[in-house]
Design a protein around this ligand. Structure first.
Ligand code: ADP
Ligand code: MG
Length: 450
């Protein structure tokens, strides 16, 4: 089996600890001529594997003389969902997240122009608005809509070549192409697209070579009536350090904005996302979350996840009371004083994910961290997990205590101890910073496509 062969080599090439943490729990669930799907315990694994181990996996594939295949890391929920939605799994575009469809998008007045424009472009690629430029704040559904166009076109115009790429990835591709002399191939690849979905173009600011490359690509695609769709956090005219000629081209077609969703839409989104996971969200709970989280749909989703997490860990049903507990900021003093924690609600991580990261970073096996072993080299990392769980996940003392099978006063003591040490010992704080950074990087919410 493909993945088993990869694992076999991988095991000889990375630290045992890392292998046990991140690869032992994986397992191949499907394989066809071009792709392999691998089951992972949580989406956090995908982030870790993709961020830290892709290169070495690639070299193992080569050395094992295996054919190159698309590797997808999926959680069991994603796999179930995927199977129920796509009986014919051939229909999934390798570059696109199959969960980001028009069906899964909730339309409302804040996004209706963008939504209508995307539908028009999907019905008639290259013929309605070209280019289409979508702009709006973070977490408002721009990436979702780009993928939705791609997924729709893929289903209805199977002969069209669709390329989705973020501007960063485009730039990296270019840098790489320069490095190994394959610029010609790279141009050919992008120029062959019938539909180019280019995300986050605001990140192009100041990158002159990339802009130049994009400029010629744009002209070629445009002249051939191939569809271009762009997304950014600013309208074209406000993009900083992007060449005028590019900015002007960005506005040749249609420019539409997405605004933060209004209350009704936020409620509808929550209900749709909950339903998708097979959970019934009581109306008062949906209203409570929607009233408290306004600007960013990703945060709404984060709140829902946190609520579901609390309900599952406590085996309690989802009620307004539980929502109050789960979503109360609960800001502990250490949370407020520790600036690194700002912006973390975006992350989709679990207590176990934190355990694994700390275990790897401090080189203690995760099962020892959860054991009764009370030697100092185990106790401190365990307390670090407690501290991070409290601050990252707002886990209650009871939850953390249950997780480690300890008394809640032990947890409280551990968290205080770490807070104190951080305040006193700058070396120690640096280490914690690094772990926080690692978890942040690994846990970045999206980018996790099947
Ligand atoms: P952006 O690219 O604008 O930062 P994303 O497209 O990544 O935002 O959206 C963030 C999350 O919010 C995604 O999981 C997406 O599915 C969800 N989302 C945003 N807007 C909507 C909407 N109108 N309906 C359903 N889900 C939405
Ligand atoms: Mg985006």
């Amino acid at each position: 089996m493909y993945w088993v062969k990869v694992l076999h080599l991988l095991q000889q090439r990375i630290r045992t600890q890392s292998f046990n943490n991140w690869f032992k729990p994986t397992q191949q669930i499907s394989e066809d001529v071009s792709s392999v799907k691998i089951l992972i315990p949580s989406s956090f694994f995908r982030d870790v594997i993709q961020r830290s181990y892709l290169d070495i996996i690639t070299s193992c594939i080569k050395d094992a003389h295996l054919p190159e295949k698309e590797l997808s890391f999926v959680t069991s929920e994603e796999w179930e969902e995927f199977r129920s939605q796509h009986v014919d799994s051939q229909k999934v575009h390798p570059n696109l997240n199959p969960l980001y469809t028009f069906d899964q998008f909730v339309e409302g007045s804040s996004n209706s122009n963008a939504y209508a424009a995307c539908r028009a472009v999907s019905d008639n690629p290259g013929k309605s608005y070209n280019p289409l430029f979508i702009y709006g704040g973070v977490g408002l559904g721009k990436t979702h809509l780009l993928h939705a166009i791609g997924n729709f076109v893929y289903q209805h115009f199977p002969n069209k070549n669709i390329i989705y790429v973020s501007s960063d990835a485009f730039m990296n591709h270019l840098v790489e192409a320069y490095r190994n002399g394959s610029v010609h191939e790279m141009r050919k690849y992008y120029r062959s697209s019938d539909i180019l979905l280019l995300d986050d173009v605001h990140t192009l600011g100041g990158k002159e070579r990339t802009q130049e490359e994009l400029f010629s690509l744009f002209n070629i695609l445009y002249q051939a009536n191939n569809q271009i769709v762009l997304a950014a956090d600013q309208p074209p005219a406000s993009l900083v350090n992007v060449e005028k000629r590019l900015v002007s081209r960005f506005s040749w077609g249609l420019v539409v904005d997405i605004q933060p969703p209004e209350l009704e839409v936020r409620i509808a989104i929550l209900q749709k996302k909950a339903q998708f996971q097979g959970i019934t969200l009581p109306n008062d709970v949906a209203l409570y979350i929607a009233e408290n989280i306004k600007g960013n749909v990703r945060l709404l989703e984060g709140a829902l996840k946190s609520l579901i997490f609390h309900s599952s860990i406590k085996s309690e049903s989802i009620t307004l009371d539980l929502a109050h507990k789960a979503l109360d900021p609960l800001a502990s003093p250490s949370l407020q004083s520790y600036s690194n924690f700002k912006g973390l609600p975006n992350l989709h991580i679990t207590l176990n994910d934190i355990l694994l990261t700390v275990a790897e970073y401090l080189n203690v096996p995760p099962d020892i961290l959860k054991s009764k072993n009370n030697r100092p080299h185990v106790v401190v990392p365990r307390q670090v997990v407690m501290y991070l769980a409290r601050n990252f996940l707002h886990s209650s003392l009871t939850e953390i205590a249950q997780f480690f099978n300890k008394h809640h006063t032990t947890v409280m003591y551990g968290i205080d101890k770490i807070s104190e040490t951080i305040a006193k010992d700058s070396k120690f704080k640096e280490q914690i910073d690094k772990i926080v950074q690692l978890i942040k990087e690994r846990g970045k919410s999206f980018e996790n496509k099947l």
